[in-house]
Design a protein around this ligand. Structure first.
Ligand code: SF4
Ligand code: SF4
Length: 214
């Protein structure tokens, strides 16, 4: 899931103070699951902004802000709205902006990373969406996200007792990979050189889902 957190309140307030009427839009997807942009957070933020500003504020939480069919539902609420404040991730904010090009839109969240949930309210980064997933050759541990240098062919030689040389109590991702590969009897697979990731070019990527196995 995408993990996000609320922006500092004063930054959000500064976005909307110049307007007369605002629509605050929450998202029932990822940002809801990480307690940043769901119904509860949306209503709480809208109530606080109502109290602290003279702005007329409406609020709604849609199923997901990253899908056209849900974003289009906002049409019925746009009458008289000067600007939108979104509690979706960066993709959700951009989709609303595309659907309602004449209405200024502002993000109420900072989108952080693709991560997993551990415990309540604790999320850990696990993926940087590199587009060439190599977890199959690294025993399910992502070196791009978890190695401090993002090394594709590790380790770098600086680790000590399984810990990364960069400190901060960070485990060496490549030590973890080696240990797990060894336990699976696959250590020899790490002798193969891993080509660098072909990072996407300048244009945003477009992908058609559900095309089947090629
Ligand atoms: S290699 Fe890492 S960053 Fe790339 S897609 Fe896989 S998990 Fe994500
Ligand atoms: S010590 Fe390990 S995790 Fe840290 S930079 Fe080197 S290979 Fe990466």
């Amino acid at each position: 899931m995408l993990v996000a957190e609320l922006k500092p309140y004063n930054e959000t307030k500064s976005f909307i103070e110049k307007y007369q009427s605002i629509l605050v839009v929450g998202c029932g997807g990822c940002t809801s699951l990480c307690n940043a942009g769901g119904l509860r957070e949306t209503e709480a933020l809208a109530a606080k902004l109502r109290r602290d500003t003279g702005v007329n504020i409406k609020s709604v939480t849609i199923e997901r802000q990253c899908e056209d069919e849900f974003v289009i539902e906002l049409s019925r609420m746009m009458e008289g709205v000067d600007a939108v404040l979104s509690l979706g991730c960066g993709a959700g904010v951009q989709l609303i902006a595309e659907q309602f090009i004449n209405i200024p839109i502002y993000p109420a969240l900072n989108t952080k990373f693709v991560g997993t949930s551990h415990d309540r309210r604790v999320f850990i980064e696990r993926c940087r969406s590199c587009g060439e997933c190599r977890l199959g050759s690294t025993a399910g541990i992502c070196p791009i996200t978890r190695c401090a240098k993002g090394l594709q062919n590790g380790p770098c030689g600086g680790s000590e007792n399984g810990m990364c040389e960069t400190g901060n109590g960070r485990e060496c991702a490549w030590c973890l990979i080696i240990e797990r590969m060894k336990a699976q009897g696959r250590l020899h697979e790490l002798e193969a050189f891993c080509e660098p990731v072909q990072w996407p070019g300048q244009a945003p990527e477009r992908f058609e889902c559900g095309m089947g196995v090629k």
